[in-house]
Design a protein around this ligand. Structure first.
Ligand SMILES: [Zn+2]
Length: 554
């Protein structure tokens, strides 16, 4: 309530502020933290102030409060699209309303599910299935298999990380793709005939004209997935490809959606350079568009660093992995975007004063960014830019030292160790797999690091992400991938709060429970620092407090 002072008491408050690590009362006014400490001292402090009257709210008397979780890399828009499809996943995906979607352990189960859906859906509706894991389910889908599901209804299936897709003949035909009219990203068999596989965004783009509703992002679709954030304990989330389907439209949609206090989420949109440059007409026009919208954005919606993209996905075997290639004999992948182009984009953003966040999984991909940041700093010295490398599976110690020297932060995709670590062992071999997302090295070197779930890469489950970061245990065989990289629960909590805020240049405002910051809290039913660390992934979350207002998970 504006103007009024509320004092929330709690069993324990984990502040993530090292000089005052715990407390049991926090006073809130105007959506901000007015005082933090022990109950008696906070009350005495308020009573000596002009910020009376106050009310003590004991709603969290038995709960643990910590700073609202800051998600450094997620996708609200793309996740909204995924959730508008039908899950044919091999891992449990959370439902926004609670519970999980069923899993389909192998390809036969998936094809049977697709046939069921084909029978159930209205005839004119395309069948859109999501989160198929070719590694766990036992292989790629093929156009002939999808044609057996339906010869008339367009079918598209996305893989687990949205980097590989499969289409049936009806869809390719509707999109005008034939043996004689192939587009980039459309894979073919030995006879030059499309085999149904579409690679990366380029391949998806080729069939989108035939699936207009698939990428029709609406506020309703985004609202459908919003409960996932409250349920996890997030109060800030970073949409890591804002405007992939239109920057100005995305901007207006988020500005409108988040203005509703019920939304209960701060969103930092990372302008997606690739589509943004096309939309604006040129790189310079893109920079101007981002500048204008950065100035126009207002709390709780922000425009963050510009999002760039180097390589593809290792788990989808589309990324280059460098010497000596894939361990299972898969042909070397290719950079999704030309390194020279990425370098140019990064330098231009840097000189214009925008920091960048770049998708880079492989050693070659990470090196493109490190070299580009070095070049950018040579062109124009700009301190404290916090450029960032995201995912960083195979980043080496030598590269992390360069990152450290250049002030480049790193976001690790550690949940992949749990979900797909066994596949990484086969695809990449032991040496690369055990040092994948090297949190231990980053911590030892003092590089700013965090972790993220990156749905659709893995589900929007922050506590599973924390657990995977702490334990590095794979899902199928229980292998500990690189025990030397395991970190403490405290490190994971830091990564998902204050460090993520720092990386987004928001640590003055969120990420810890300190005087003056936003009153954004994650409300827990158990103490992450006291429970058995193996239970971390099942952390019971009450909900959140956003700008001082409680938002229970429903
Ligand atoms: Zn992403």
């Amino acid at each position: 309530m504006p103007g009024k002072t509320t004092i929330f008491t709690a069993r324990k408050i984990i502040t993530m502020a090292p000089e005052q690590p715990t407390a049991n009362a926090v006073a809130v006014k105007d959506g901000r933290i007015l005082s933090i400490g022990q109950k008696a001292e906070v009350i005495a402090n308020i009573e000596r102030s002009p910020f009376m009257p106050y009310a003590v709210d004991p709603i969290f008397e038995n709960n643990i409060l910590m700073p609202g979780i800051v998600d450094a890399h997620t996708h609200l828009e793309i996740q909204a699209l995924i959730y508008s499809g039908h899950f044919v996943a091999q891992i449990p995906w959370p439902k926004p309303e609670g519970g999980f979607h069923p899993v389909f352990p192998n390809k036969a189960d998936v094809l049977q599910r697709l046939r069921q859906l084909d029978n159930a859906l209205p005839p004119e509706e395309p069948l859109y299935a999501v989160a198929y894991d070719e590694n766990k389910a036992g292989g790629f889908l093929h156009i002939d298999e999808l044609d057996q599901v339906s010869k008339t209804r367009p079918i598209i299936v996305s893989n687990l990380v949205f980097h590989r897709f499969w289409a049936n003949t009806a869809l390719l035909k509707k999109a005008g793709i034939t043996k004689g009219n192939l587009l980039p990203g459309i894979m073919v068999d030995d006879n030059g005939k499309p085999n149904g596989t579409l690679i990366e965004a380029t391949g998806l783009m080729a069939v989108l004209p035939a699936l207009p509703d698939l990428v029709n992002i609406t506020e309703d679709k985004i609202n459908t997935i919003m409960p996932l954030f409250v349920r996890g304990g997030y109060t800030t989330a970073c949409d890591a490809a804002l405007g992939a389907f239109g920057f100005r439209n995305s901007f207006d949609r988020f500005a409108h959606l988040l203005a509703n206090p019920e939304a209960g989420l701060r969103v930092v949109g990372l302008p997606w350079a690739k589509s943004g440059v096309l939309e604006a007409g040129s790189l310079d026009a893109f920079i101007e568009m981002v500048k204008e919208k950065t100035a126009e954005a207002k709390d709780p919606f922000y425009i963050g660093p510009v999002k760039l993209y180097t390589d593809g996905s290792i788990i989808s075997r589309t990324s280059p992995v460098g010497w000596p290639g894939y361990w299972d004999g898969t042909a070397e992948g290719h950079m999704e975007n030309d390194p020279a182009e990425i370098r140019k984009l990064l330098i231009r953003c840097h000189t214009a004063g925008f920091s960048t966040i770049t998708h880079a999984n492989s050693r070659p991909g990470c090196q493109v960014i490190l070299d580009a940041v070095k070049a950018a700093q040579t062109v124009k010295c700009r301190p404290d830019m916090r450029h960032r490398i995201d995912h960083a599976y195979n980043i080496t110690e030598a590269q992390l030292r360069q990152a450290q020297a250049l002030g480049v932060a790193v976001q690790f995709f550690t949940p992949q160790i749990y979900y797909y670590g066994d596949s990484h062992l086969e695809i990449q071999g032991m040496d690369r797999a055990r040092h994948m997302t090297p949190t231990g090295t980053a911590k030892r070197l003092g590089v700013s690091w965090g972790f993220h779930n990156d749905p659709p890469g893995t589900p929007q489950l922050p506590w599973l992400g924390a657990w995977a970061t702490v334990h590095r245990m794979t899902m199928d065989t229980g292998t500990i991938l690189g025990p030397e990289h395991c970190v403490k629960v405290e490190d994971a909590l830091k990564a998902m709060t204050i460090e993520a805020a720092y990386q987004l240049h928001l640590d003055h405002m969120v990420g810890s429970i300190e005087f003056g910051k936003k009153a954004d809290f994650c409300v827990l039913e158990a103490d992450p620092l006291e429970i058995d660390p193996m239970d971390l992934k099942d952390m019971p979350v009450w909900g959140t407090v956003f700008a001082g207002n409680p938002h229970p998970a429903r």
